[in-house]
Design a protein around this ligand. Structure first.
Ligand SMILES: Cc1cc2nc3c(=O)[nH]c(=O)nc-3n(C[C@H](O)[C@H](O)[C@H](O)COP(=O)(O)OP(=O)(O)OC[C@H]3O[C@@H](n4cnc5c(N)ncnc54)[C@H](O)[C@@H]3O)c2cc1C
Length: 385
């Protein structure tokens, strides 16, 4: 079903349409059949990463000289969208390719880029970003993890939680204080290759409401020693600035996932209510259903156009933090509302996990929390009033 008659995303060119088709086929053939099993086991199979890498779906927007696909954010959008359309939410590629690889490409030294990016592009390494701690999430300046310089090493101590790809990641970008007395200016990003160090431990694969195939975990660092060359970039104290620079792209990825979820919910529900009968007519024949779904379709269309506009700005290097915050909070709020409205039309079946709308309901809720809670987004926007 078209959300807007004849509409095509302005960033979607012919090359990206080919990628879209290939990505869709890949996710449907290689991932969708395993989705239930992955949901039950709490993580995707490890070789899902290698398969996605071989298909060119990892690091698609990283430069070719570092093993990436040489594309741009349009490539990342297409890959994110097709994964979301298949409903395989557990595969943390948006963190791996959309966030961690971009930190390395944007701030890493030549040596760091050459060392890590090709392995991330192939799926040999899985990336994670570890900001959140048990005591602090929204208020990142309150990070307690320290990376103390001792000779030619950093010694990392601290605890992280809610970390996407927490069980499978082998390359973790850790937000740590290199100078605990200097607040934001004492924050740095330090890369930890988990297979190269002692003192690193993975905690629980956390039991969540939704996104069950995603290994969101606790991580522990006890005197973990890494060479000083693992500091991302060359200068300490740049971590906060580096995080802030990348946030618009990260938030737009969440908004893209939200828009696809809205579109998918409307499509699936429209098909269901045509078939299901009550009181001698289809559920769609009730005017309430028509009006509610008409509202959902309209809002999904508005969200699509806004997010596409943000994508065009990002591709042009002009997406500002405020506009990205608008996209993140509004689309995720609408995603939750629309999925909830749609679920209602399934009656009891909507509450059964065998119906995709139930999984979509469970998966949606976190979108308003991670990537910066929606209240934080509104705070950023309010500053510009
Ligand atoms: C499934 C999942 C995956 C995640 N993946 C990652 C990851 O890969 N890496 C990572 O580092 N983190 C990750 N997170 C953590 C996520 O980013 C944080 O949970 C989020 O930033 C909120 O932090 P918090 O949980 O500490 O909540 P808190 O900071 O304690 O905030 C709780 C609530 O208080 C309110 N609030 C807070 N501050 C303000 C304010 N200034 N004004 C008004 N209201 C406010 C908001 O409603 C907020 O939701 C993930 C979380 C989940 C659930």
């Amino acid at each position: 079903m078209e959300m807007i008659a004849g509409y095509k995303s302005p960033w979607l060119d012919e090359e990206l349409e080919i990628l879209q088709d290939a990505a869709r086929k890949f996710y449907e053939k290689e991932f969708a059949p395993h989705s239930d099993r992955w949901t039950k086991q709490g993580h995707v199979d490890r070789d899902a990463w290698n398969k996605a890498g071989a298909q060119g779906l990892l690091c698609a927007s990283i430069k070719e000289e570092y093993g990436g696909g040489g594309g741009n954010f349009g490539h990342e959008m297409v890959i994110t969208q097709e994964q979301a359309r298949t409903g395989v939410t557990g595969f943390g590629n948006s963190v791996h390719s959309g966030i961690v690889a971009h930190y390395i490409q944007s701030y890493g030294t030549e040596e760091q880029k050459k060392k890590w990016l090709p392995k991330m592009a192939s799926g040999e390494m899985v990336g994670a970003i570890a900001m959140t701690e048990p005591g602090t999430g929204s208020d990142l300046q309150g990070v307690k993890t320290t990376a103390k310089k001792v000779g030619n090493q950093y010694v990392i101590n601290g605890q992280k939680t809610f970390i996407t790809n927490g069980q499978q990641s082998t390359l973790i970008c850790v937000v740590a204080k290199t100078d605990p007395t200097a607040g934001a200016k004492g924050t740095s990003l330090v890369m930890v290759e988990t297979e190269e160090v002692e003192g690193f431990r993975r905690g629980r694969n956390l039991d969540k409401i939704g996104m069950h195939a995603q290994d969101t975990s606790e991580l522990f660092f006890d005197d973990v020693k890494v060479p000083t060359s693992n500091l991302l970039g060359t200068e300490e104290g740049k971590g906060f600035f580096q995080l802030m620079q990348q946030l618009p792209q990260e938030r737009l990825i969440i908004a893209v996932q939200a828009v696809v979820a809205m579109e998918r919910a409307v499509e699936l529900t429209a098909a269901y209510v045509k078939e299901r009968k009550a009181f001698g007519k289809s559920i769609l024949d009730f005017q309430n259903t028509q009006f509610k779904l008409a509202e959902c379709k309209t809002e999904a269309a508005i969200a699509r156009v806004f997010v596409d506009d943000c994508a065009m700005k990002l591709l042009d290097g002009k997406l500002d933090a405020t506009t990205a915050a608008m996209a993140k909070w509004w689309t995720t709020e609408k995603q939750c509302q629309i999925v909830d409205t749609c679920l209602q039309f399934y009656g009891g079946y909507g509450y059964m996990m065998e119906y995709p709308i139930a999984q979509m309901y469970a998966d949606a809720r976190v979108q308003k929390i991670y990537g910066g809670a929606n209240e934080i987004m509104k705070m950023l926007i309010a500053r510009t009033l």
